[in-house]
Design a protein. Structure first.
Length: 427
């Protein structure tokens, strides 16, 4: 049985991360190292691994943050950006209509009103004209998310935001593909996640690229008021995801799924509950912490990894080999995006439960993108987000692994019956 998603982290990284939990460290120095590393392009930065200490543990001294802020999570960084921007209460925030629910909850937590702008199934972004159409005199900010590994230029949106004085926040949590992409130049803030299921994961942590020096200074000052993540938090997180990494190894996972079926248990629901970075927590208090030195040390190591670009290319290559075998390749979510690295390969089906059941019977444990939701429209905004609602209800994510042979991809594609292929709705 192929698991729905694997963790993009190796055993040496997990061992390094666990060892880092037992060392003393300065969170501020480690944050400066991560910020400089990310701003300079990871492995292309001025320091080598040796330059960060003979064993890679000691952080480099000095500043040079290059407009970056290391945070506990993308949620934390969005919270900081909105607090620093100090938008008037009741201001509207346009949001691409599919995102994780915590993002619009944070907007609401600042006394702001999230307004969904529907996405296009081909690009997974709203069309340029939709942003202006959704705006009102109360609009003060935009939060746009690149989904499933897709990416598209934001030039027209950035021009609109600059002309109207809106804060433009770009969520790149699912779009990171290595050191060459640091966000759209026209965005005020670009957010990158290294949470548990993200590319080059450090099992947590995020970096915000902030292009307004005044905004960055205010975010940094607010950040310093937050407590540092407790020393045991990262150790518990590494232990948890080490166990989950073992569980999602294919032979072990096959046995676990079989055992769960015999016991009448829902293995998918249990796994989804355990993977979420902030599942089961009181959101705002949980995200208002600074990352600790052990988390930052592991994040710095992951940013120094030389094989991220190759790993993403292998992931995208196997997805493309599957896509050309599907009944209608153009139906894959994000098929028209200029860049698609297939962090997830998702397709629409009219009956997701039936499709997932057929895939599982063939040895592929597909899953719904349950971490995503459709941003609810406020009562005084009647425009719908039809494609967003359709995606949340009908998307199925196909389990892919680098190196899957053609015969396996043929078998997976054959399960997706052309008669059951669910079209995305029109505008």
């Amino acid at each position: 049985m192929y698991p729905p998603k694997s963790f993009d982290i190796g055993w040496p990284d997990l061992a390094y991360g666990l060892a880092a939990c037992g060392r003393d460290g300065d969170a501020d120095r480690w944050a400066a190292t991560v910020e400089r590393r990310f701003g300079d392009g990871g492995t292309k930065g001025p320091e080598s691994a040796a330059g960060s200490g003979a064993n890679g543990w000691e952080p480099a001294a000095g500043g040079g943050a290059n407009g970056c802020l290391a945070a506990l999570s993308v949620r934390s960084a969005l919270d900081l950006a909105l607090a620093a921007a100090a938008l008037p209460r009741g201001s509207e925030v346009l949001m691409s209509a599919v995102t994780i629910p915590d993002m619009w909850r944070i907007v609401v937590g600042h006394g702001l009103v999230p307004v969904p702008v529907d996405v296009d199934a081909g690009t997974l972004l709203p069309a340029a004209a939709q942003w202006a159409a959704a705006a009102t005199p109360r609009t003060r900010a935009v939060v746009v998310a690149h989904l499933f590994g897709t990416r598209a230029p934001l030039d027209s949106l950035a021009e609109l935001a600059a002309r109207r004085g809106w804060l433009l926040v770009e969520d790149c949590a699912q779009a990171y593909d290595g050191p060459d992409f640091r966000g759209s130049p026209g965005a005020d803030v670009s957010l990158f996640s290294f949470g548990p299921i993200k590319t080059a994961t450090a099992l947590g942590g995020a970096v915000a690229v902030v292009r307004n020096p005044g905004l960055l200074a205010t975010m940094r000052a607010l950040h310093q008021e937050w407590p540092v993540q407790g020393p045991g938090d990262q150790a518990r997180r590494i232990a948890k995801y080490t166990a989950l990494a073992l569980l999602t190894a294919r032979p072990v996972y096959t046995g676990a799924v079989t055992a769960a079926g015999l016991l009448g248990r829902d293995h998918e629901g249990g796994l989804q509950e355990r993977v979420g970075a902030f599942a089961g927590t009181d959101l705002m208090p949980a995200i208002r912490h600074r990352p600790g030195p052990a988390l930052l040390a592991l994040l710095d190591r992951r940013l120094r990894a030389a094989d991220t670009v190759r790993a993403v290319a292998r992931r995208a290559a196997v997805a493309r080999r599957l896509v050309v075998r599907l009944p209608d390749p153009s139906m894959v979510y994000g098929a028209d995006a200029p860049v698609h690295t297939f962090w997830l390969c998702a397709v629409p089906t009219p009956d997701p439960a039936a499709t997932i059941a057929r895939l599982r019977s063939a040895g592929f444990d597909a899953a719904r993108p349950t971490s995503l939701g459709a941003v609810p429209a406020p009562p005084d905004h009647q425009q719908g987000a039809r494609t967003a609602a359709h995606l949340v209800r009908h998307a199925v994510c196909l389990p892919l692994r680098p190196g899957m042979p053609d015969r396996v991809l043929d078998r997976m594609a054959a399960v997706l019956d052309p008669e059951d292929w669910g079209p995305a709705p029109g505008p």
